[in-house]
Design a protein around this ligand. Structure first.
Ligand SMILES: Cc1ncc(COP(=O)(O)O)c(C=O)c1O
Length: 370
């Protein structure tokens, strides 16, 4: 009998687990006749700002747009440099180039897989305007070290939280440490819409105003553009879905953490590196990424057992054709370069059933111990 495929992520299962609530919330929006930037979006923005522990949330069309909008609101553009990482979704780097600025790539800390604060200062020039760490896979970057560097050099501290909704340092949510933070609600994200969505968070009132104007054509008042803005709005249907899911979000985060604990326990004795968690940090396991020299063989073996796995990412940004070694810092990424051929993301989603996780564990154990 063919085994059922265990996916890496399962946004459909997440929809099904809240189907009745989501369906009726969508119906209400359909019946309301108001589809973009209305009361439902405002309610979500308030709820999400409160959840993160900031004053303002500005809903936008995607995580990429959230970064573009945040950079534009900070007046970062042509001639400016932004320090970020190469081990990230390409969107982080692409957004910096979309505003005309230059991404400068910094290496990572091999334990957290996030930006290595010790390597940042050597990359700072008079053009540097901001540091943009990514809380990769759901583990927080070292925000206290980054804050100290940003203050010392008078740089903006931004946060790419696309993979880290609910991650914490000393019980404080990521997204509340920087001057501005950017979220994606792409369907597979920990808090995912059923379509595209994103948000920018900040506690700075003036910045929040600017973000709101810029997301809608630069309008301070309707039809009158005071700034050269863009259109990146969160729609009411996505906002109502996100509002519905936010009510269950902490519970789902705890499920991810419990699944990670089982992987930790059951795989600890094998010849592979498991994700580590810094003391005082809450890792929210957007992805559960292991490291092994035999990555490709393990992935094929799992595939034969009807277990999906994925590589985030098969190439770091500086290795991809569009960016190949043309960005500053690209030749100083030895930890990133060494990590790329070793990483593998295992199935990780709140609805992962215990017997399916047992199947994943059994297959990995069989691969290493056969
Ligand atoms: C770290 C990171 N930054 C930015 C993004 C961009 O988000 P979106 O796909 O919503 O544009 C993503 C998701 O793809 C991401 O994982």
């Amino acid at each position: 009998m063919n085994k059922k495929l265990i996916p890496v992520a399962d946004p459909h299962a997440n929809y099904l687990s809240h189907k009745a609530t989501i369906d009726s919330a969508i119906q209400k929006v359909l019946d309301s006749g108001w589809y973009i930037l209305g009361s439902v979006t405002r309610e979500f923005e308030q709820n999400f700002a409160q959840f993160i522990g900031v004053k303002h949330c500005i809903g936008v069309n995607s995580g990429t747009d959230a970064i573009v909008l945040a950079l534009r609101a900070l007046d970062i553009g042509a001639g400016d440099e932004v320090i970020t990482v190469s081990l990230t979704a390409v969107a982080t780097v692409a957004a910096i180039e979309l505003v005309g600025a230059t991404p400068v790539l910094c290496d990572i800390d091999p334990e957290t897989r996030c930006i290595d604060p010790a390597k940042i200062e050597a990359l700072i020039t008079e053009k540097t305007k901001a540091i943009l760490p990514v809380h990769l896979y759901g583990h927080p970057a070292d925000m206290s070290a980054l804050k100290a560097i940003a203050e010392r050099h008078q740089l903006y501290l931004m946060e790419d939280c696309a993979q880290a909704h609910g991650a914490q340092i000393n019980q404080q949510m990521v997204g509340s440490f920087g001057d501005v933070s950017c979220f994606s609600f792409y369907p597979t994200k920990n808090l995912g819409a059923i379509g595209d969505g994103g948000a920018v968070c900040t506690t700075d009132d003036a910045l929040a105003d600017k973000l709101r104007w810029l997301r809608e054509y630069g309008w301070k008042e309707r039809y009158i553009s005071s700034f050269q803005g863009m259109n990146t709005r969160l729609d009411e249907i996505q906002a109502t879905i996100l509002n519905a899911k936010l009510a269950y979000f902490e519970e789902e985060t705890l499920k991810r953490i419990a699944i990670a604990e089982i992987y930790h326990q059951e795989l600890a004795d094998l010849e592979l590196v498991l994700p580590s968690v810094k003391p005082d940090c809450r890792h929210v396991y957007h992805l559960y990424v292991i490291e092994t020299e035999r990555r490709d063989q393990l992935q094929s073996y799992l595939r034969e057992q009807a277990i999906a796995s994925a590589i985030h990412y098969p190439q770091a940004v500086h290795q991809q054709p569009a960016y190949l070694n043309r960005l500053p810092g690209s030749d100083q990424l030895s930890t990133t370069d060494a990590l790329i051929p070793r990483i593998l993301s295992l199935p990780m989603y709140p609805e992962l059933k215990a017997d399916d996780q047992a199947r994943v564990i059994e297959a990995i154990r069989a691969f290493f111990l056969r």
